[in-house]
Design a protein around this ligand. Structure first.
Ligand code: PLP
Length: 406
């Protein structure tokens, strides 16, 4: 079954992601099943998307009810779910009545809207970080540092200066009165869960504001309770970004993106400056409402902290894991050799979906509803998974290829 779907995939779908590892048919909680009936514990969660896991009744109910009431109307009209979701996001950010939200359908689109918003400051230069990932559309790609993603598509929109991440002096040197915004991930996700020094974001904010530039935090991956706070920047003192971009976990699997700004930044985009047909569609907004409501009602912030500590502890004690980064249920594990892609393959054999962000690095971004028992199962299986991966990697002298990223 799996094999025939993979064959049809290759004959019908553009080859941008490489061959799919599995054909999946069903999910429940933090578990998924493939087309051959094999069960997996999902430690990837659709790349930090399935906040409520798979087939959560609250999400199913919200989407079903909304779709059977009013599915789509275009942005010529207001709908209750869209307005309510915007209000809820502003409340969770703790922002004042100046705050406004623009809804779209993905992380890249949330960043495109923010990129356009910064152009309305009258300044055109942006400062972004090395190791950053902001998406694959032309504007988002212009802010993404990885040469392999960028170079085939140049020229990209300018004018972007890249500085080393977590380097205050480099920011200090790069930011001046020509800079519209400094754009940073509070924790670099695609780079493998790279956490900056405790004062980095506050320093970035100070430097940006000293020069009249905006601080724009891309929380597409870190947002929506992933790190144990609603937004990762809330874990650090004295950080109040002007713009936050969101997507991934927000819809729990239904596509939605959001660009949230407050203060002067909130009114830079004026009628005619930007638009979208689908963005903020009532079904996607209802999904966002269900995700946020369920996180609140089920105490998932506390669960993320607790399960996150369990995940961290089990990773730290593994032979071969030399560093564990991140917080909550967003964790990176650095291996003592280039066998991360082999670990992903041997984990699959053992019934676990893992993810490698590079030859030596694993990333764990499971559903926020993952149970202690799921993590106990990982704890029991991981020594064997890593042993097998080391053995598989050993005979090879060629460097292993890395998993493709979105
Ligand atoms: C995934 C990601 C994006 C891009 O989101 P898409 O929905 O794939 O367009 C942007 N920024 C960050 C930090 C991400 O992790």
């Amino acid at each position: 079954m799996s094999e025939s779907l993979q064959h049809r995939y290759a004959g019908a779908v553009m080859n941008t992601f490489g061959p799919p590892a599995l054909a999946l048919v069903r999910g429940e909680g933090a578990h998924v099943w493939d087309a051959d009936g094999k069960e997996y514990v999902d430690l990837l969660g659709g790349i930090a998307v399935n906040a409520l896991g798979h087939a959560h009744p609250a999400l199913v109910q919200a989407v079903t009810t909304q779709l059977s009431t009013l599915g789509h109307v275009s942005n010529f009209f207001a709908t209750e779910p869209q307005v309510a979701l915007a209000e809820q996001l502003v409340r969770l950010l703790g922002w004042d009545e100046s705050a406004r939200v623009f809804f779209s359908n993905s992380g890249a689109e949330a960043n495109e809207a923010a990129f356009k918003l910064t152009r309305r400051t009258g300044r055109t230069r942006l400062v972004a970080a090395e190791g950053s990932f902001h998406g694959r559309t032309m504007g988002a790609l212009a802010l993404t540092s990885k040469a392999a993603y960028r170079e085939p598509f140049e020229p990209l929109p300018g004018d972007v200066t890249f500085v080393p991440y977590d380097d205050v002096a480099a920011l200090e040197a790069a930011v001046d009165g020509t800079v519209a915004a400094v754009v940073l991930e509070p924790v670099q996700g695609e780079a493998g869960v790279v956490v900056p020094s405790a004062d980095y974001l506050a320093e970035a904010q100070r430097i940006a504001h000293e020069h009249g530039a905006l601080l724009w935090l891309d929380e597409v991956q870190t947002g929506i309770a992933r790190t144990g706070a609603w937004f990762a920047h809330q874990l650090v003192e004295d950080v109040a970004p002007d713009i936050v971009t969101l997507a991934k976990g927000l819809g729990g699997g239904i596509p939605i993106g959001a660009t949230v700004a407050h203060g002067a930044a909130a009114s830079l985009l004026q009628p005619g400056n930007h638009g979208t047909t689908f963005g903020g569609n009532p079904v996607a907004a209802a999904a966002g409402r269900a995700v946020l409501d369920t996180i609140e009602a089920d105490g998932l912030l506390a669960a993320v902290v607790e399960r996150g500590a369990q995940l961290e502890a089990l990773l730290r004690k593994q032979t071969g894991v030399v560093e564990v980064t991140g917080s909550g249920l967003m964790r990176g594990a650095e291996l003592d050799g280039p066998y991360a892609t082999h670990a992903v393959a041997s984990a699959r054999e053992a019934g676990f979906i893992l993810n490698a962000t590079g030859p030596t690095r694993l990333r764990f971004v499971p559903p926020l509803v993952i149970t202690a028992a799921d993590l106990d199962a990982l704890d029991a299986a991981l020594p064997g998974i890593l042993d097998n991966a080391r053995a598989a990697a050993a005979p090879s002298t060629t460097p292993s290829t890395t998993e493709t990223t979105p």
